[in-house]
Ligand binder design. Structure first.
Ligand SMILES: C[S@@+](CC[C@H](N)C(=O)[O-])C[C@H]1O[C@@H](n2cnc3c(N)ncnc32)[C@H](O)[C@@H]1O
Length: 383
């Protein structure tokens, strides 16, 4: 029923297509605002819209998986379907399938990524990046997913060249002429010494990038002097500031189990921004900054932008918690899909309650290659 939706797809796609105030489409490319050094405080303020009153959350997650009219799904650049691996009704990457990346790559996952792009962008102040970059000519998006960030960058900076890589060729066929995608493994050689002035990751921490030290060493070697690396990472450590999460929270139980599964897979499933900042500095980056933000789960925040983020995030989680869990639970915890579905029913029920002011942190960690770095040729490419 349309009027009971948390949001609807038309509204979402219109919002995604509308040029943001600081981007082209009639607006100049401005350098993003430099935010102050992290002091442990979030850079957005999360206040419930009303104390005590539960927020009405629709039991309809926002859209129907089977209605076939999604405007969010992207068209693969080629038909690589035969290369995908099917498991429990979802597909996973077929290229380098031995890497066993734990999240699916089907249309439902594409929807999750596209919704999340919108909410993450809003949560960090409607920006595509926060590093104080003066010049953008060559941009590298590592683990580009559906390519929605890279395409937005291509639109926003028509004079720059944007290259995205991913294990899964799930990027759209029609992209701005300055955007290209390659099916590549980030652990393979990047072959681009001194090329980029922005290297970007998003939602890669703890699920796709195991070793940030190696990653930042490669980034450093692939970057022009003065270039920036920026990692926009979510820590799915769900919490509340007003103790509204119940002690016996099934969401927290799900989260801890999921973490155990990730650990068994050799990942953390978590984000430790100070460790990332440390690895960045160790690789030679300067002006390293860690900024934290809060991503509300549900439309409970007073601030209109965060209210919107919360709606998108809740809708995304309700529909896509299965994809976030399936391979982790079945492959690493030995659960059956049926056992998982029972748990997820309770997880969704708790998210729909409306009286829980939960959120998870987002960290933006960025740093700069020293502008005179190449004069010393001081950092070797990692083996
Ligand atoms: C959670 S998604 C994030 C996508 C995108 N950065 C975004 O924010 O929308 C992580 C992506 O990393 C990709 N990935 C995982 N391991 C990879 C690897 N070793 N090399 C390249 N891409 C990888 C996955 O295929 C997936 O598309």
């Amino acid at each position: 029923m349309a009027d009971s939706r948390v949001f609807d797809l038309d509204q979402l796609s219109a919002a995604m297509e509308a040029p943001p105030p600081d981007q082209p489409g009639g607006v100049e490319n401005t350098a993003p605002t430099v935010l102050p050094e992290s002091n442990g405080q979030a850079h957005n303020t999360l206040v419930p819209q009303s104390d005590g009153e539960p927020v009405r959350v629709s039991l309809d997650s926002g859209y129907d998986d089977n209605d076939g009219d999604s405007t969010l799904s992207t068209t693969p650049i080629h038909d690589h379907a035969k290369e995908f691996r099917e498991e429990n009704g979802r597909t996973y990457h077929g290229y380098k399938s031995e890497k066993r990346y734990l999240l699916p790559n089907d249309v439902r996952e594409e929807e999750r990524l596209n919704i999340q792009h919108h909410s993450l962008r809003l949560a960090i102040g409607d920006k595509l990046f926060l590093a104080p970059i003066e010049q953008l000519t060559e941009v590298f998006d590592v683990g580009a997913g559906t390519g929605i960030w890279a395409v937005s960058m291509g639109d926003a900076y028509p004079a720059a060249r944007i290259e995205g890589i991913d294990l899964s060729p799930i990027q759209p066929q029609w992209v701005p002429p300055n955007v290209t995608f390659l099916r590549e493994d980030l652990d393979d050689d990047w072959h681009s010494p001194g090329r980029f002035d922005l290297i970007h990751t998003r939602e890669m921490n703890g699920i796709a990038i195991k070793d940030w030290t190696i990653f930042f060493e490669r980034a450093y070697a692939s970057m022009k002097p003065g270039g920036w690396v920026e990692c926009q990472e979510c820590d799915k450590d769900i919490r509340s500031d007003d103790n509204t999460i119940p002690k016996d929270s099934v969401v927290l139980q799900w989260l801890r189990l999921r973490e155990q599964g990730f650990e068994k897979a050799g990942m953390t499933g978590r984000c430790y921004p100070e460790n990332m900042a440390h690895s960045m500095r160790k690789a030679g980056f300067i002006n390293v900054n860690v900024l934290s933000f809060k991503m509300p789960i549900g439309p409970w925040a007073k601030d209109p932008m965060l209210h919107e983020c919360g709606s998108y995030t809740l809708g995304g989680l309700l529909d896509h918690v299965q994809g976030l869990s399936l391979r982790v639970f079945t492959e690493h915890l030995g659960w059956t899909q049926e056992e998982l579905e029972v748990l997820l029913m309770d997880v969704r029920k708790e998210w729909k309650r409306g009286d829980i002011h939960s959120y998870y942190p987002i960290y933006v960690v960025y740093g700069q290659k020293p502008p005179r770095a190449n004069e010393d040729m001081d950092f070797p490419m990692s083996p």
